[in-house]
Design a protein around this ligand. Structure first.
Ligand SMILES: Cc1cc2nc3c(=O)[nH]c(=O)nc-3n(C[C@H](O)[C@H](O)[C@H](O)COP(=O)(O)OP(=O)(O)OC[C@H]3O[C@@H](n4cnc5c(N)ncnc54)[C@H](O)[C@@H]3O)c2cc1C
Length: 198
């Protein structure tokens, strides 16, 4: 069994998932289910699925600032949260911080740039660990390297808000550790364990 987060707001008459293809990597084989979904499944096929379930969802009040911290394909549940806020015409400040290797491995890049163009309460910061030459030439990121406590402090300026984190276990561990060190109450830190290795 594999889990895939819903990656869009509810109430649209369909559920959307966004599986990343786990390609062959050196001696490691390609991922079984993600390869099947990418290569074999077509529109019109039927699949046996369990009902959506989970405890990682928006619990903030409309007055709170929301900070979304995503790494790689861990962005998917955060897209569901962001798109729900947009759909509900939320006016609270929202900071979306996205970590990726480079712009080619940055899911939802085009969608996010459209969202921030049309919503002045939403800011989006891109932190690339290994930007390509083209990323540099086209100025496709805000910061280079990994997200540290200093990065968070420089972007956010205040530790106030409700924080939602999703990415690799190492990313979530680091973000939680940084936020606690900054004085964010544990109850304000929400995260979803998200890994290819289960
Ligand atoms: C709550 C939750 C939500 C998730 N949401 C998403 C989502 O929205 N989008 C998404 O893309 N993923 C998501 N995942 C991850 C997803 O469930 C799968 O784990 C992922 O798609 C890989 O599955 P697979 O069958 O393709 O790979 P698998 O066949 O399970 O392989 C996983 C990895 O292990 C490596 N591997 C396989 N065999 C070996 C071996 N013998 N030795 C060493 N390495 C090996 C493969 O190369 C591959 O990289 C989520 C996971 C969780 C827990």
């Amino acid at each position: 069994m594999r889990h895939y987060s819903l990656s869009d707001s509810s109430g649209k008459g369909y559920y959307r998932i966004s599986p990343q293809r786990e390609a062959m990597n050196g001696n490691l084989p390609a991922g079984t289910v993600s390869t099947f979904l990418h290569q074999k499944v077509e529109v019109g096929h039927s699949l046996f699925l369990a009902c959506p379930a989970g405890d990682f969802y928006l619990t903030s009040t409309p007055a709170e600032r929301i900070v979304l911290l995503a790494a790689g394909v861990g962005i998917t549940p955060l897209m569901a949260i962001l798109n729900s806020l947009v759909k509900n015409n939320s006016k609270q400040p929202i900071n979306f911080i996205q970590a990726a290797q480079n712009s080619q491995k940055q899911p939802f890049r085009n969608h996010l740039s459209e969202v921030v163009k049309n919503h002045s309460n939403i800011s989006w910061q891109t932190v690339l660990s290994r930007p390509t030459e083209q990323d540099r030439m086209e100025n496709k990121f805000d910061r280079e390297g990994r997200i540290t406590l200093e990065t968070l402090q420089n972007i956010l300026h205040t530790n106030d808000g409700d924080f939602y984190i999703c990415g690799t276990p190492a990313f979530m561990h680091d973000m939680k550790h940084f936020l606690l060190a900054w004085g964010v109450p544990e109850a304000k830190i929400h995260y979803e364990f998200f890994s290819s290795f289960q």
